[in-house]
Design a protein around this ligand. Structure first.
Ligand SMILES: *Cc1c(COP(=O)(O)O)cnc(C)c1O
Length: 300
């Protein structure tokens, strides 16, 4: 019975993750003239709900939970968290009960993310704006997945985002950073490549936690592209996303990948990358976040 359940979970995850994801070059003469190749790994195409890095980060937690015979899982996140939605969806699909500890007070009007999570059957609890989950939020019969999947099992899964044959082809691998779990995975997958993270939060301090998790692998954070903080945006960012779509036909989200691609564009313009650089940017999905924009702000 038990191994059967594990097999089912493993198959469900693998069926979604063992797909070949396209790599697309951004076709823009300005980059060509600068001697830069800029490719994008389209992990956003993996799945409409569990898109991008989310299922990779959840993979080993879900397997561990089933192996240990848990039927309930719990995780935490903010009211707009893609991680909460992905956890709720995966739990429903593989037959686990999911609980979400949401930062802040119960809103009078729930965000689309929280509505989705509830529709997938997740039980939501609001913990106010305190700093961390207290032990009393933890239940012995419930398997804990850290916020954003930040932990060894999350990094182990994130490492698999980069197909092995790609990990040596690029001089730079760049991704957006929330908790830094994906970035830590990139750094482990490609230890001889320049791995760069673009934090989308203001004043985020994740260098130390990442080092505690994976040791001192080389990676660099560039803090200049958060646009005021998490889920903050400007017209300049939205205009860039529209222009980027016009030249590449690749849609971006304004919370993560819009800021990431803006950063790369800006860094190329400012000659940050030496001539001959080959850049791989991770499109980590999150497009559902654009639903909170006013209709017409984006052309896609
Ligand atoms: C969650 C998320 C990230 C951040 O991933 P971390 O591992 O928490 O740094 C980046 N991009 C998108 C689209 C996400 O949903």
């Amino acid at each position: 019975m038990v191994s059967n359940k594990c097999d089912i979970v493993k198959k469900w995850v693998d069926d979604r993750l063992n797909v070949t994801v396209p790599v697309q070059t951004v076709p823009y003469s300005v980059y060509e003239r600068a001697g830069i190749t800029w490719d994008i790994l389209r992990t956003d195409l993996i799945h409409p709900v569990c898109s991008g890095n989310k299922l990779f980060k959840l993979k080993y937690y879900l397997l561990d939970a089933t192996q240990k015979n848990y039927t309930k899982i719990q995780t935490e996140g903010g009211p707009w968290s893609n991680h909460i939605v992905a956890t709720a969806f995966a739990a429903k699909e593989i037959g686990l009960t999911a609980m979400g500890i949401i930062h802040g007070d119960e809103p009078t009007e729930k965000s689309r993310a929280l509505q989705d999570a509830e529709n997938y059957g997740m039980e939501l609890h609001y913990k106010g704006w305190g700093l961390s989950t207290t032990n009393s939020d933890h239940f012995a019969d419930t398997f804990q997945i850290p916020q954003g999947g930040f932990g060894h099992l999350g990094v182990k899964g994130a490492k698999e985002i980069i197909p092995q044959k790609l990990s040596k082809e690029y001089s730079h691998i760049i991704c957006a950073v929330g908790t830094g779990t994906m970035l830590a995975g990139m750094s482990m997958a490609a230890p001889n490549t320049n791995v760069i993270g673009i934090p989308v939060l203001k004043n985020t301090n994740i260098t130390l936690p990442i080092q505690q998790l994976i040791g001192t692998l080389p990676l660099r954070l560039i803090h200049d592209y958060h646009f005021g903080g998490y889920a903050k945006k400007t017209n300049e960012l939205l205009n860039f996303m529209n222009q980027f779509y016009s030249i590449s036909k690749i849609p971006l989200d304004f919370v993560y990948t819009g800021k990431l691609m803006f950063a790369i564009h800006d860094l190329i313009q400012n000659k940050y990358f030496p001539e001959g650089s080959k850049i791989l940017a991770i499109h980590s999905g999150g497009l559902q976040g654009n639903r909170s924009l006013t209709k017409g702000e984006l052309i896609f």
